[in-house]
Structure formats: structure tokens, C-alpha cells
Design a protein around this ligand. Structure first.
Ligand code: DGL
Length: 272
């Protein structure tokens, strides 16, 4: 495996781009190949078997590009298929659950941690199990927030938008009442709602972004495996989607936090 090979990143859709943004900050010399399964999003409302099947097809597509590492930039895939991917992939793998849980345990002061994610993520209790393994003393409060994914995919994210504020209040009220001081944004779509969530929860509550923590962890894994790229020139990512590239173009800038020159190619994921 050559250190000049790309890092493969995938998500059910465009949420994983929030992790790509962080990866580009932490590892600017790494080439990133991103696959967003925009034709089959969302994964978070599907069965375990379907999510696993999709996750392996997504990883197989990235392996065809000789990637040196695979990152599931998706809370749902990490929660439901993470162990199976880690056991079977021929290259280093990380999802978003473990690095994020580690940071949350470090950040909490009162030992009360909230976890928000898709229905599949929360139903798997992946974050809760991991958090309590790291520190059996923490109390974990979980909340599925399926509407957040739709808000983000449709760009309804502004902190002053009445719909955004209402949905945030609806989902976050119990966590607030329970006095959590740390909330894991356990879905890679959710960092786009960070401001609205923070406005409601208050300044004293730390929001842990799964994409950011995972980017830092990926850098560590590459270093430990001698896989950091020796060529230090800044690389541009390459994007693949399973639905029309127009949808990607409409919201990619939001997730990436910038507009940049890029290529987006549509592929047929069912053949992998
Ligand atoms: N980005 C996915 C995650 O992190 C959420 C979207 C979906 O339901 O597919 O869980």
C-alpha cells in the first residue's frame, strides 16, 4: 500500500462532507475520495441488514480506487456496521463513534452526556455503550432526531429560522431538562445545526462534532501505520454520488464551508 494513495470517505449522503471539511483542515496533503450515496439516503430509518449491505457496497467502491484507509463519515453506518467493516476491510478503518465518545468523556464536567443521532444510531445504543465502557460513571441520555437530517438536506439550518428553532426545541428539551453539559452530534449532518442547537442548550453545554474528532483520529491512524503522504502539496478531493450531481452542487458548499474547484461523478453503486 502506497502512502500516496487516497483516503476513502463515505456517507449515506452529503453529511459526511462535514467530516471532509475537517479532514482537509487536518490533512491538507491527503487526497480524499468521497462517496455520498445520495440515491439511497437516508440510511438512518432503514433496517440493520440493509444498512450493512449498503455500507459494504460503498466500501467496495472506494477499494476499487485503491484507498489506503476507509472512513465511514456516517453515525448510522458506524453504529450498525462498524464492527463488521473493521473486521473485514483490508485497509485501516474508522467510523465516527469511537473517536467522538472518547472526546465527550474527556469534555464532560458533570458526567451527564447527551447523544443525538438518527433512529438507527440511537436504537443501536452504540454511543452509550462506548461511553459507558470508557467511563462506567457517566449518565447517557439519548435522543433520535430524524427530522434534523431533512432540515439539513433542505438547507433549513439558520439559527433564526422559526422551523429550525421549533424542531430543535422539540428534540432537545429532555436533554436540557436532564442537565447534560455535553452533547454528541452523533450524525454527520448535525454540525450544520450547531448554532441553533447551541442557542437552545446554552453556552455552558459543549457540542462534540463527530466529523472533527474523526479527522483527528484518522491522522493518528495514518501516522501509526506509516501511511501519511510524503508529498506535501495540497490535494483536491474527488467526489462521487449515486444520484444526479446537481443535488450535490446545491448543498455541498454548505457542508464544506467553502466553494472550491472540484469534480462530481455519478456512479451506479448497485454494481459493487
Ligand atoms: N449522515 C448520516 C449519519 O451520520 C445521517 C443521514 C441518514 O439517515 O442517512 O447518521
Amino acid at each position: 500500500m502506497s502512502s500516496s494513495n487516497a483516503i476513502g470517505v463515505f456517507d449515506s449522503g452529503l453529511g459526511g462532507l462535514s467530516a471532509v471539511k475537517e479532514l482537509m483542515n487536518v490533512l491538507p496533503a491527503e487526497k480524499i475520495i468521497y462517496f455520498g450515496d445520495t440515491g439511497r439516503v437516508p440510511y438512518g430509518t432503514r433496517s440493520r441488514d440493509t444498512i450493512r449491505k449498503y455500507a459494504f457496497q460503498d466500501a467496495e467502491f472506494l477499494l476499487k480506487h485503491n484507498v489506503k484507509m476507509i472512513i465511514a463519515a456516517c453515525g448510522t453506518v458506524s453504529s450498525v456496521a462498524g464492527d463488521a467493516l473493521e473486521a473485514r476491510l483490508p485497509v485501516p478503518y474508522t467510523g465516527v463513534v469511537n473517536p467522538t465518545a472518547y472526546t465527550a468523556v474527556r469534555e464532560t464536567r458533570n458526567g451527564k452526556i447527551g447523544v443525538i443521532g438518527t433512529a438507527a444510531t440511537v436504537g443501536s445504543h452504540s454511543y452509550k455503550l462506548r461511553l459507558q465502557k470508557l467511563d462506567p460513571g457517566v449518565q447517557v441520555f439519548e435522543q433520535a432526531c430524524p427530522l434534523f437530517v431533512s432540515l439539513v438536506e433542505n438547507g433549513i439550518i439558520h439559527r433564526d429560522d422559526q422551523i429550525t428553532r421549533l424542531v430543535v426545541r422539540r428534540y432537545m428539551a429532555d436533554l436540557k431538562d436532564n442537565g447534560v453539559d455535553t452533547v454528541i452530534l452523533g450524525c454527520t449532518h448535525f454540525p450544520l445545526l450547531r448554532e441553533a442547537i447551541s442557542d437552545y442548550m446554552g453556552e455552558g453545554v459543549t457540542l462534540v462534532d463527530s466529523g472533527r474528532e474523526t479527522a483527528g483520529y484518522a491522522a493518528k491512524v495514518l501516522k501509526e501505520n506509516g501511511l501519511l503522504n510524503d508529498d506535501t502539496a495540497v490535494k483536491r478531493p474527488e467526489f462521487f454520488v449515486s444520484d444526479t450531481p446537481e443535488g450535490f452542487e446545491n448543498v455541498a458548499g454548505l457542508f464544506l464551508g467553502r466553494n472550491m474547484e472540484h469534480t462530481v461523478t455519478q456512479i451506479d453503486i448497485e454494481q459493487y
